[in-house]
Design a protein around this ligand. Sequence first.
Ligand SMILES: NC(=O)c1ccc[n+]([C@@H]2O[C@H](COP(=O)([O-])OP(=O)(O)OC[C@H]3O[C@@H](n4cnc5c(N)ncnc54)[C@H](OP(=O)(O)O)[C@@H]3O)[C@@H](O)[C@H]2O)c1
Length: 331
Amino acid sequence: MTNRQWIFARAPNGAVSPDCFEWREAPVPVPGPGEVLVRTRMLSLDPANRAWMNGPSYREQVMPGDVMHGFTLGEVVASNVPEFTTGDLVDGMSGWQDYAAVSAGSLTKRNARLAPEHLIGVLGVTGLTAYHGLFDVGLARPGDVVLVSAAAGAVGTITGQLARLAGCHVVGIAGGPEKCDWLVNELGFHGAIDYKAADFRAQLRAACPNGVDVYFDNVAGEVLDAALLSMNERGRIVCCGAVSAYDGGVSPAGSPLLPGLLITRRLRMEGFIVLDYAAARPQAEARLAGWVEAGQLKTFMDIVEGLENAPAGLVRLLAGGNFGKMAVQVA
Ligand SMILES: NC(=O)c1ccc[n+]([C@@H]2O[C@H](COP(=O)([O-])OP(=O)(O)OC[C@H]3O[C@@H](n4cnc5c(N)ncnc54)[C@H](OP(=O)(O)O)[C@@H]3O)[C@@H](O)[C@H]2O)c1
């Protein structure tokens, strides 16, 4: 048995490309004391994978020579601890490879009766980020106007639907008319705006004539700047991600609107990491599962077949080629 791996070989100079990674076949590792051997079933592809190449953030930087880091859903195939047994389904950070020997403390056991694509999507980091960002950071209330960027992506599709379920008026921002039509016709957004259109700012003002109460920001940069101008007094800006800055490796220049607009409109702008809400996970997961089971929350997966296609998947994700949550089917 071999362990197929993608090694992060060289840091990109600009957009990430497949030649940043090298394929390697290594022996399957043997778990040590306190460790569990996990076989990867699904690998999550996240814009954060690219951000981890730029420097340390809320977690360590991925360095050339490392097995590429990544969130995974895996199956326990050998265990040296009583808490895990063969066949258990677990969340972890096994990275871009078939097998990993990891410390038991780094794993979370999942309910094997649930669909794997739900466990890695709506009932995983993606859904929890949308839920806590919208309700705990954004404090979305019925009647609020909620604006969401990267709205056709993993977090965005869930955020927009949750806001609609909470009785908000939801407007999405996405790249291109096809995604915008999809948001309105398939996901029930009340409006959608194409940030690549020349008249984006005018479209934003027209879609939110009464202003915006909650802006759920997945992208930062110029889209954030445009959204700032539409914020209502006492509005909340949820800083979830800054995908416009990841693939070029540079942070956007500071907005000239800050902090002036925050002061005059009494805005609150708050960043968060989903892990901050770990203690509230069971409750959030149960509510998300309830909406999915009731058919009120639609989930969209963009599945990449085979570990060998992970680099191409990440390149496509950052270029906006995905609808919904992208993940690699590894085994
Ligand atoms: N705070 C947390 O704990 C946490 C947890 C998970 C994710 N996040 C963040 O949430 C955001 C969304 O993540 P996701 O997993 O749901 O990814 P995603 O939205 O499925 O994929 C990224 C999307 O970003 C859009 N995009 C790419 N370049 C852009 C640019 N220059 N300007 C505007 N949009 C651009 C693309 O859509 P278009 O076609 O529309 O351009 C692409 O589909 C990311 O910023 C991520 O880092 C944060």
